[in-house]
Ligand binder design. Structure first.
Ligand code: NAP
Ligand code: GLV
Length: 329
């Protein structure tokens, strides 16, 4: 039976499933591991269940010769060198679908909070007390209902965000790598170029994966195309946005506000952003609900149990590795 190394505190029932299947389980609790610590911790492991803060590169893979599967607790796999894993016939899995709605909810929460200045209003009320109802109060916001929503990256989460927009009577624009005719029909969404989306949307929500193509997809030029009253929401990955350019645009009022769950250099946040009131910040908690995290843990364990018993894992990211393994069997 296999050795499974898990780099995070985990649900006991999921640890039990691994043990009942006869696997030896090792769990790291506490701060994220450095690369050297990760290699030491995972020594001899055949399966690794990791967080998106664990970077799995060629060097790590080379140092773990027994490894058969890397199961990521998250859908984005930009923390893993997939090509290097595939070359070594190591299966890589992620946790799509099960976190889609929770992440779309968080995107929506950021959008509403930024539009209606909820965090500012709450902070001020606690600090200064309720000044009494006035017709034109300090925390005047912008409408959400019936306005234009632009979704960049029209996959699972992007479409879930668009569904919320439909409920708010919004016009839906999207930009994605490939067109989605089904979703266009179902959601009444219109495909546009990125520039057109930025020019026409009142709310821009980023839902793309981090790749070479999406690094700094939104920089100073793109921000300058947005409306002055527009709001940017990022639940994708921090480096999709040039954070310094965004901080500057928010400071100068070139866009109205932003809602950010992800940051360019996590866990650091651009110091300028921390001083601005027109940005709502959450610490990468898109999928952080109890039910969703349970489903993610369960799916990661399903993937590990499958791989260690020679079955194809349900949410495989690199089918090429599986095909090579199957051809050799
Ligand atoms: P998905 O279903 O694969 O959707 C991603 C979409 O982005 C796809 O439609 C894809 O196009 C499109 N895309 C890829 N490259 C693009 C490019 N260069 N320009 C425009 N569109 C591009 O993935 P998902 O499940 O929705 O997750 C999306 C991302 O959200 C993840 O990769 C992760 O980084 C992030 N995420 C964050 C949190 C959080 O806690 N904040 C939680 C979950 C996920 P195709 O359809 O053509 O492939
Ligand atoms: C979270 O950021 C994920 O990619 O699931």
């Amino acid at each position: 039976m296999g050795k499974v190394a898990i780099t995070t505190r985990f649900f006991p029932e999921e640890l039990e499933r691994l043990k009942e299947a006869g696997h030896e389980v090792r769990v790291h609790e506490g701060k994220p591991l450095s690369k050297a610590e990760l290699v030491e911790f995972a020594k001899d492991a055949e399966a690794l269940i990791i967080l998106l803060v664990d970077r799995i590169d060629e060097e790590v893979l080379q140092a773990l010769p027994k490894l058969r599967i890397v199961a990521n607790l998250g859908v984005g796999v930009d923390n893993i060198d997939i090509d290097a894993a595939t070359r070594r016939k190591i299966l890589v899995t992620n946790t799509p679908e099960v976190l889609t709605e929770a992440t779309a909810d968080l995107a929506w929460a950021l959008l509403l909070a930024a539009a209606r200045r909820i965090v500012e209003a709450d902070e001020d009320l606690r600090r200064e007390g309720f000044p009494g109802w006035t017709f034109l109060p300090k925390h005047m916001g912008v409408d959400v209902y019936g306005r234009a929503l632009g979704v960049v990256g029209f996959g699972r989460i992007g479409q879930a965000v668009a569904r919320r927009g439909r409920g708010f009577g919004m016009t839906i624009l999207y930009h994605s790598r490939t067109r989605k005719p089904e979703a266009e029909k179902d959601l009444g969404a219109r495909y546009v170029s990125l520039d057109e989306l930025l020019r026409e949307s009142d709310f821009v929500v980023l839902c793309v994966p981090l790749t070479q193509e999406t690094y700094h997809l939104i920089g100073a030029r793109e921000l300058s195309l947005m409306k002055r009253e527009a709001i940017l929401v990022n639940v994708a990955r921090g480096p999709v946005v040039d954070e310094a350019a965004l901080a500057q645009a928010l400071k100068e009022g070139r866009i109205l506000a932003a809602g950010l769950d992800v940051f360019e250099r996590e866990p650091q946040v651009h110091p300028e952003l921390l001083t601005l009131r027109n940005v709502v910040l959450t610490p990468h908690i898109g999928s952080a609900t109890w039910a969703t995290r349970r489903r993610m843990a369960s799916l990661a364990v399903d993937n590990v149990l499958a791989a260690l018993s020679g079955r194809r894992p349900p949410t495989l990211v690199n089918p090429e590795a599986w095909e090579t393994l199957s051809a050799q069997a």
